[in-house]
Design a protein around this ligand. Sequence first.
Ligand code: LLP
Length: 434
Amino acid sequence: MHHFHYSGSDLHCESVDLAAVAKLYGTPTYVYSAATMEDNFRRLQRGLAGLDAQLCYAMKANSNIAILRHFANLGAGFDLVSGGEIRRVLAAGADVKSSVFAGVGKTEDEIALALKNEIFAFHVESEPELARINHVAGKLGVKAPIAIRVNPDVDAHTHAKITTGKSDNKFGIPLKHAAAAYEAAAKYPNLAIKGVQMHIGSQLTSVTPFVEAVEKVAPFAAELKAKYGITYFSIGGGMGIIYKDSLASGQQAWWDAQPADKRPLTPETYGAALVPLLKPLGLKILLEHGRFMVGNSGVLLSRVEHLKRGAGKNFLIVDAAMNDLVRPAMYESYHEIVPLRRDSSRRALTADVVGPICESGDCFAKDRPLQEVGEGELIAFMSAGAYGYAMASRYNTRGMAAEVLVKGSSFELINARESFEQIIAGEKVPAFLK
Ligand code: LLP
């Protein structure tokens, strides 16, 4: 469920008319619903009731400091992956103490920054990394809390670029070598073994791979508890969201109409399948969901530049582009596209929805059935709250889009559109070219 809906003919986020946001801040602009994020957080919490569970929101999905603050206020920690993300948590006025640090290539400086801010744990992906963390902790005279990321070799049945738990991915240590890695970790004087971690992939639409992975790793977690006194098991993130039917899925009626065996994955079914497997471990359970927390909480607003009618093909050229939302170009992913003003008297249109960037990959949708819209009219890309702004770039010297957060009938700019001066601020022509 989410808080994007038509009120009369006009698309709203909570009680805010999205056309008013576009008028004030221009386009392309990301708009997020604080209520949807809170709802997602609470549903996940309820789904896992009975466990000592803690969300470490995977902030790579959307790391705007307002959103970090919102999740911190709700009680979340963070799953972070760089020194920059540590600094974002601090800039949000939140705490690194309940956050975990993942990633295959943490630098010495990043490790030191995490230790100085009392990170909850490092999620270690290789044996050389154990040595590096031990070395940095020794220099600082502290013990570094660690958990090893184990790779359970489970097929997450998701896009190849976002599956992470197969043995041919770069992530984690294969389960069969993990015991030896823990033995190695136990010998380092400056490491403290705290837990075990796994993450099998992103945008999972069935609970089966999660169950398979937990069943594989849980006996090992129990062994580690007995041997090293670990206190937690992080089962990663990866819960998928609805991209097709994204708008309708905001309404309870849509859910009621889904046949029981075709229902998309929900935090309720996720919890019902996993709680009985995890509870007997008696460990704290960390969750690292990113997409589920924010994906359906955000849309990207865009304005139509032209409707170009070609030979046997129509192109709807809009002012957002692959630099603003790269997921369709990168993963062939689907985002629902809807008009901000719904008008049943309009004709239907089938068009490729494209941005103005000079390459054919700058395409959001092919042969998409739409309501006819023309120059100056507004559209929204649905389910763009996760890995939208976070993966944006300045390609074609297009500044980063604006971001707005809605709460009830209030909305505020949480990130101003980037100016040309900001884009080139670090650039200069060297003396030898002058
Ligand atoms: N934990 C770890 C260790 C991860 O690598 C990731 C995501 C997550 C948690 C969060 O996964 P989520 O709950 O968001 O599925 N850019 C891609 C997704 C990349 C995910 C990378 N790792 C996309 O736009 O689909």
